[in-house]
Design a protein around this ligand. Sequence first.
Ligand SMILES: [Zn+2]
Length: 276
Amino acid sequence: MAGMVSLFRGQRDVARARLVLPALLIAVLIIAVMAGCAAAEDGGGADPFPLSDEIMADADGYLILVNTENLLTSTDKPADLVNVSARKTSSTAIQMREPVSLALSALFDAAKEDGLTLYIHSGYRSYQTQRDMFALRMERLGYDDKMVQRAGASDHQTGMGADVINKALIGQRFGESFGGTKEGLWLAERCAEFGFVIRYPKDKVGVTGIEYEPWHLRYVGLEAARYMTDAGVTLEELWEQWEAYQAGEWVGAYSPGAAGSIEPFIVDDGELIIGE
Ligand SMILES: [Zn+2]
């Protein structure tokens, strides 16, 4: 307001004001432009989503979310199931989607290099198998203890969920103590390098609705596995975040962390390319 008053003091002041005013105006404009740029950089959901649109479009179906609220149907069956060649807990054939089977073999090989022997106990399960398993469990217990999912709700029906254990657990009841074994710890630390995540983490029981299962790996692809592991995000949360992003409510809280050092392998047309 002081500047306004001075304008009425006399001719000399007016002349000076003629010089000062444009300078002030330019300064104000510069500040406004700078402020505008800063606002565009850190606000308004302008941060990119940590996974590309292409990955989130999920053409390969690697990110499919299956739980009690997102059920598969009795006819949902992956078209690319193969018998896994990774070491099994019994001679019974186990099927998984082909890229997942390759990734699993690479994972087992890497564990072997570190002196650890892993076994796959369970892979793809059909809707019908899951229905029978659930019925049997209910018959035996008389109630749903949530350890066996009902038909359509199992991650195993995707052909991308695998129960991976060590020798000591063969024939035993699986428990969360597996997470503290050498093999369990190794899986938690290294599985993302091969496109897998621990599907039901210990601190996410409230999100997944399923008890901690350190043996249940789920293939989601390399980039998603890296992000989900690094950020501590479940599949449920990934899709929630994506919805928020689509709605313009993404806050961009994620910044690349420790998992940035991962050197993943890539399954490309059925071939393994290590270190890309
Ligand atoms: Zn499982």
